[in-house]
Design a protein. Sequence first.
Length: 715
Amino acid sequence: MKGIAEWLASIGLGEYAQRFAENAIDLSVVRDLTEQDLKDLGVLLGHRRKILRALLELEGAAPAPTGTAAEPVLRDKAERRHLTVMICDLVGSTALSGRLDPEDMRAVIDAYHAACARITLTYDGFLAEFRGDGILAYFGYPLAHEDDAERTVRAGLDIIAAVARLETRAAEPLAVRIGIATGVVVIGDLSREGALREHAVVGETPNLAARVQALAEPGTIVVAASTRRLLGDLFRLRELGRHEVKGIAEPIAAWAVEGVSDSESRFEAVHVAGVTDLIGREHEIDFLLERKRLAWKGEGQVVLISGEPGIGKSRLAAALVERIVGEAHTRLRYQCSPYHTNSTLRPFIAQLERAAEFKADDTSEQRLDKLEALLAISGSPFEPVAPLFAALLSIPFGERYPPLALSPTQQCRRTLTALLDQFEGLARKQPILLSFEDAQWADTTSLELLDLTIERIRQLPVLAVFTFRPEFEPAWVGLPNVGTLTLGRLDRNDVESMVARVTGGRVLPAEVMKQIVAKTDGNPLFVEELTKTVLEAGILVEEANGYRLDGPLPPLAIPATLQDSLMARLDRLAPVREIGQIAAAIGREFSYSLLRVSVGCDEPALKNALAQLEQAELVFRRGEPPEAVYSFKHALVRDVAYESLLKSRRQQLHSQIARALEESFADIVASQPEIVARHFTQAGLVESAINTGLRLAISHSAAQRMLLSVIWNRG
Ligand SMILES: Nc1ncnc2c1ncn2[C@@H]1O[C@H](COP(=O)(O)OP(=O)(O)O)[C@@H](O)[C@H]1O
Ligand SMILES: [Mg+2]
């Protein structure tokens, strides 16, 4: 072992290397770290567990420090667990080591191990062992998930892909063979080294995994019947028949995994957003599915979902998406934001930009190419409408199209018509599921477009789902194809199931559960956050099947409001909290690039901070930095982070952000001048805000857009 960075990397936690180095923690002191120390360093709960476990291992390996009596190493009690076991072996490694210089061979093995470790961790598995060129990993330990078998196969597929991509001095690409089996095992002391550890898992499952592994072709996975049963139709599987194997009396059945089936996007939808399966809301889902059935017969439907923040409107809309993922349809997603209530058609502009896949450094020509390709999908000729769309998206089009030469009112009308026609073109190809979220923040023109859309879809296969808070009173209630769902609070049973999701099935002490139920009063967002707060508070001791209180429950340990609960969680992330606050000053959604220019800290530190916020599930990410766009889990999470800033600091941040926008984001300044103006105003720099406006007025397209805004929003 070279140093602390390597050690952290070896347990898949390389992201903390810098933090450890900054705090002068090296291998000589790492063993003295307590849980509290790790917490103070800002290490997340799950990672603290991993580090403490790995420390036990280090302890076992090293001689006891001189001067202290060698303490008996802590022993985990043996547990019976339902595990999915993965065994992965590098193909032809003996031949390879004959051909490679030992040092190069070492590098190959290290890179392979690192990839396996990283991927196993990604799926929340436990890398029990490196055995030369093999690895042994458990899924379902120490944390069980309802989809551990699926996670294991996914991890296996990722490992196969990662290993094939490894660049080594070996002439041909590397390959692995993977075997997977599921069953009940008894887990002993996983903290021990070597021979002791061999006995750590008792049961036939690891043996079975090894046997099916031997049946796998290079670059493939073979699963045993026990795993196969849990996989449903998530993967394409090929039956391999029954095989006699050593050490098992009966011939065993085996299946080769040929790839992911079409349900792929379901997993994506569930896991990318970090959402769990829907709890309760059966009636609401049935209602939506019924409306969908009508809609897709050609009788377009609208469902209005209303409810207080955090009650689960977006989650319900997402659940509908998951339910119909196997049916051919087009998805259109529109999201309103509180900062764009006066920005004409902002949700529609954002949707077009996303669908066209604009990149920050695209030239206007590239954007126009992408825009044309997008418009062509609906099947109608794009030439007549391309300039309208280009103007809507603030893309200068020079000589490429004839000038528009329309009065602002005419241009507005034609743009709305073009948007509707485009929409109808898509609906004629296949059914559409449209979601329009947080309509309480929609601008007047967007609402007008929605009016027209509702009229237009009566004869089209379209299901439109609108979500909004109770203060919004839509004019559409009572129309023949419009249904309403008002979401109420979850009942006690559902709350308890939600808590169990967050704790990974581990039971909380009754007293704690009682308080969570009482305080959250059935608001799912609060339930999730409060449970995480309690888990992270250090008042509970983890045991085999549950948690017990580490002493009497401190009176203020369980916050009474969502705000306090979120604040407690942010506080525990102290070292990265500030990044979260700066991001909050930008808004619920923020791009990596703008945050980077606004914070002025170095990239590794920023990436690390964002990774921690992401792991705490306070923010979600789309794409990879520098193109990545993050959003706070919920508008309320952003609000709490923002409100925790002192007023003076807020002003300073807004001024930093406004200047960053002016200096480095000409496109945003041009297309969303109101955003720059908002930051200047909140920075108390009203004069700068006006100057921005004046300077912009000189630029043709911005001036035109501002004019349009004024006219369109007149009422
Ligand atoms: N029925 C449910 N089952 C599981 N999780 C839920 C449910 N309802 C809400 N949640 C979770 O609670 C949080 C808040 O829900 P969200 O849909 O964002 O609220 P809203 O859109 O109404 O403000 C999310 O993390 C969501 O995944
Ligand atoms: Mg929502």
